[in-house]
Design a protein around this ligand. Structure first.
Ligand code: ADP
Ligand code: TZD
Ligand code: MG
Length: 593
């Protein structure tokens, strides 16, 4: 019987393979390499220098060797968070983030992050070791047996398996190109255990590797589509530009800003597009969101889908009864057009090229939108902002979302290049509208799915990739999904300041179980001290009950760059069910007695 020990890579593979390019035993023998090194060399050849993962059979030695070969290997406590770190790295750098896991359960743990990255259009590659193909395919019960390739396929953009060492270069190249080209997304790469110990001649191995040339080629929009879009925009009386996270990803920051400023059109950033232009920009219409969505006549979408986050482009949000709106949509995916409503002027291409083409067509003689429109937007905005300023100035005890977020808002204003990670329900919705962002790609959040659990993975990914301060503002429920990664943050001594908005539960802490017995499903342990979790691993933990205490603790965390967790006590009655999306809860049917 083949034991686990016999089938896994040789325990001394690390020692053997470290000198893989030298002549091992005798002058005549050609230098050899193996599957482990070919994977590492293929990644490095493509300028990938970091792996986020979690070791175990069959990839333990791969993590050691990658580190020995100068790659950064960030080891997590759960694969989902390693996957989220990889996804954040992909979004921030336009290089696919790499997540490395063991077979079956490790793979499945990473898969949620891969699916989420694909949904968000972030490039990442999940590389998982897998068990013996012969045994898996006959379902004979191998160690961690699972047909991982088949399971991954429907949940990501592409999935590949490599069976032979000489194909590793091709496999990695295909994975990189698939993740980055067209609409970016997640790719799964299946590497069976046997592959790693396959040996081949070093020179042939080197030649088998591929440095991917131009993995995300520019895709120029057809000239007639540009002209159609410009015509429509020119005729608009109440135009609006909507920037989505695709626009943030595209790194066409200067041209996007020029387009907004030259046209003089009010713009609305989606959550992760905040900061593409500073939120305090005169043309930013965030504080008049409902008004501009209802009243605009022509809307230019730049890297934003008309999905649920934009009420599918119809209904009350868009004042459909006042007549149809005209849409111009810039997207790299042609099939995104007409997904929810008719797109009058589709502009298919990469955002950089499309925006540049629009700018070229605009020239210098562009007439700004009617003052009636821009004036109305400005009035609405001023009114809403001054109302909000009054609320933010209040100092209730205990803190509520507004008073605590007014502190966060000031801290972010004073640290504009910090990366802001945000999840929760009320904690997310209020932070999104209260905390201004000033620079592109500084806000990472729950994205298209509204998923909980991205917090610590995104925080680690952002800190490792950029070296910048991270501020993670987390609902107490949201934090719980990835809370154990505070150990990872402490272990790598990352400049991450976590603020847990502790309102004793999901949405609020006040639900009661009318029947008695167990507590209500949305309620957590009262007065929990999340700050002590951080102290357990040598980080700084602070218990903050006032706005002043919160401000002091955040300022100190950022000045020291020490891993810090602030337990911010929030009024447990302050939140609302599901934050701003309470209407998505299915209505209760009347119960017949
Ligand atoms: P948001 O949630 O911020 O509204 P979405 O995730 O819905 O944004 O939309 C992002 C869109 O951007 C996707 O449809 C995607 O195809 C598109 N996209 C991503 N990168 C590019 C790019 N470089 N050029 C053009 N479109 C892009
Ligand atoms: N599980 C996953 C993976 N994603 C989800 N979005 C949910 C569950 C459901 N959910 C939300 O949509 S928000 C949320 C859950 C559990 C937590 C809200 O509580 P919180 O935030 O403490 O994080 P607030 O500030 O108390 O509202
Ligand atoms: Mg909560």
């Amino acid at each position: 019987m083949a034991s686990v020990l016999e089938t896994r890579p040789a325990a001394n593979a690390l020692a053997e393979a470290t000198d893989h390019t030298s002549h091992g035993d005798g002058a005549a023998a050609p230098a050899t390499t193996d599957g482990f090194h070919l994977v590492i060399d293929a990644l490095k050849l493509n300028d990938i220098d970091t792996i986020f993962g979690l070791p175990g059979i069959p990839i333990t030695d791969l993590t050691r060797m990658a580190q020995a070969q100068g790659m950064r290997v960030i080891s997590f406590r759960h694969e989902q968070h390693a996957g989220n770190a990889a996804a954040a790295a992909g979004f921030l750098t336009q290089k696919p983030g790499i997540c490395l896991t063991v077979s079956a359960p490790g793979f499945l743990n990473g898969l949620t992050a891969l699916a989420n990255a694909t949904t968000n259009c972030f490039p990442m590659i999940l590389i998982s070791g897998s068990s013996e193909r012969e045994i898996v395919d006959l379902q004979q019960g191998d160690y961690e047996e699972m047909d991982q390739l088949a399971i991954a396929k429907p949940l990501c953009k592409a999935a590949f398996r490599v069976l032979h060492a000489q194909d590793i270069g091709i496999g990695v190249a295909r994975a990189i190109r698939s993740a980055l080209s067209g609409r970016p997304g997640g790719v799964y790469l299946d590497l069976p255990a046997k592959l790693f110990s396959q040996v081949m001649e070093a020179e042939a191995g080197r030649k088998s590797l591929i440095k991917v040339v131009d993995p995300a080629p520019r895709q120029l929009p057809a000239p007639d589509t540009v002209a159609r879009a410009l015509d429509l925009l020119k005729g608009a009386k109440k135009p609006l530009i909507l920037l989505g996270k695709g626009a943030a990803y595209a790194q066409a920051d200067a041209d996007i800003r020029a387009l907004v400023e030259k046209t003089g059109i009010p713009y609305l950033p989606m959550s992760m597009a905040k900061g593409l232009l500073p939120d305090n920009h005169a043309q930013c219409a965030s504080a008049a969101r409902s008004f501009v969505l209802q009243d605009a006549d022509v809307v230019l979408l730049v890297g934003a889908r008309l999905n649920w986050l934009l009420s599918h482009g119809k209904g009350k949000t868009w004042a459909q009864d006042k007549g149809p709106k005209k849409f111009i949509q810039i997207d790299i995916a042609p099939t995104e057009m007409d997904s929810n409503v008719a797109i009058d002027a589709p502009l298919v291409g990469d955002i950089g090229s499309c925006v540049a083409a629009l700018l070229a067509g605009i020239g210098s003689g562009w007439a700004k939108p009617p003052a009636e429109w821009t004036g109305a937007v400005a009035d609405r905005k001023d009114k809403n902002l001054s109302k909000m300023a009054e609320t933010l100035a209040l100092r209730p005890s205990p803190m509520n979302f507004h008073s605590a977020l007014s502190v966060v808002r000031d801290i972010v204003r004073d640290n504009q290049d910090a990366i802001f990670v945000n999840e929760g329900a009320n904690t997310l919705d209020f932070a999104r509208s209260i905390v201004d962002m000033y620079q592109p790609r500084k806000r990472l959040d729950v994205g298209t799915w509204g998923i909980m659990g991205i917090g610590m993975g995104f925080a680690v990914g952002a800190a490792v990739t950029t070296g910048k301060q991270v501020i993670a503002v987390e609902g107490d429920s949201a934090f719980g999904f990835s809370g154990m990664e505070v150990e990872t943050i402490c272990r790598y001594d990352l400049p991450v300041c976590i603020v847990v908005f502790n309102n004793n539960g999901i949405y609020k802490g006040t639900d009661v179980n009318a029947r008695g017995g167990d507590v209500a499903p949305t309620v957590f342990t009262k007065n929990a001290r999340y700050d002590l979790m951080m102290q357990a691993f040598g980080g700084v933990g602070v218990h903050a009950t006032t706005a002043d205490e919160l401000h002091k603790a955040m300022a100190e965390a950022i000045a020291s760059r020490k891993p810090t967790l602030i337990n911010a006590v929030i009024d447990e009655t302050a939140g609302t069910e599901s934050g701003r999306i309470t209407s998505l809860n299915p209505a209760k049917a009347a119960i017949k007695k």
